[in-house]
Design a protein around this ligand. Structure first.
Ligand code: SAH
Length: 241
């Protein structure tokens, strides 16, 4: 699905930045580079900065306008070095990457980068569904173009690596408060039965074990497994609630 993600560079003045962007993209398995009216391209400096990613450069599409580069895209995300004085909705790199990867499952999407000196114009921003800003020092927020491509390409790479089969907590059948309470009572009893704890001095330990299980957020099956283990420790077959 990374093949559906276009990186679009608008009106780039330094060919070295085009090469750096190609390299950053290839490192992160992105392949589609679109160049809107690049000022010097093809160029030796682009090729040397691409350093092995020249296949991406050779396959880059040069477009005469932003609209041409965006043809067929179902989602267009712009980038901005500024947050103040901007009327468009702004998201974090992580949010933008998640959205791009999700939409790229169904078709082409684009991430658009602006000119080194002046960024994107308002009419170019109008083409974007939302903008992404890389958080920086507020007094010095403009990254080098190649560096900005690198950071966002990395976030996209991480986002697509997340295994969709790993369920979020909201999709899991979490153990309920009463199940957890029953488990902790059983745990305290079992630790006592096997002589691991002294019931008069074990409060601190039991509280730490509670906090461990709160962090883990076990589901119902996992709690049942733990209860089976506790029963076995106690020499009983099973004592499920
Ligand atoms: N003076 C310009 C800076 C442009 S920097 C301005 O104020 O807009 C060149 C390009 O790099 C930007 O158009 C954007 O695509 C990207 N970029 C630089 N810093 C960024 C940041 N902090 N967040 C997102 N994109 C950034």
């Amino acid at each position: 699905m990374l093949k559906n993600i276009r990186i679009v560079l608008v009106d780039t003045s330094h060919p070295g930045n085009i090469g750096a962007a190609a390299r950053a993209m290839k490192n992160m398995s992105l392949r589609q580079l679109h160049l809107v009216t690049p000022q010097h391209y093809p160029h030796q400096e682009a090729t040397s900065r691409a350093s092995g990613a020249d296949d991406l450069l050779n396959n880059a599409r040069v477009a005469g306008s932003l609209d041409e580069a965006l043809t067929g895209c179902r989602l267009v995300v712009g980038t901005s070095a500024r947050t103040r004085s901007i009327d468009w909705p702004i998201v974090t790199p992580r949010e933008a990457a998640a959205k791009l990867v999700q939409e790229a499952r169904s078709g082409d999407v684009a991430l658009v980068f602006g000119r080194e000196r002046s960024g994107l114009t308002n009419s170019e921003l109008d083409r974007c569904t939302f903008l992404v800003h890389i958080p920086t020092n507020e007094d010095y927020s403009s990254l080098n173009l190649g560096a900005a491509v690198q950071i966002l390409a990395y976030e996209i790479y991480l986002a697509q690596q997340q295994d969709p089969t790993v369920k979020s907590d909201s999709q899991r059948d979490l153990a309920t408060a009463d199940m957890l309470q029953g488990f902790h009572e059983h745990l305290a009893q079992a630790l006592d039965d096997i002589g691991f704890t002294d019931p008069r001095q074990s409060q601190k330990l039991l509280r730490r074990l509670r906090s461990l299980f709160q962090r883990a957020r076990p589901d119902k099956d996992e709690i049942n497994i733990m209860r089976g283990i506790l029963s076995a420790m106690q020499g009983r077959k099973s004592m499920r609630r």
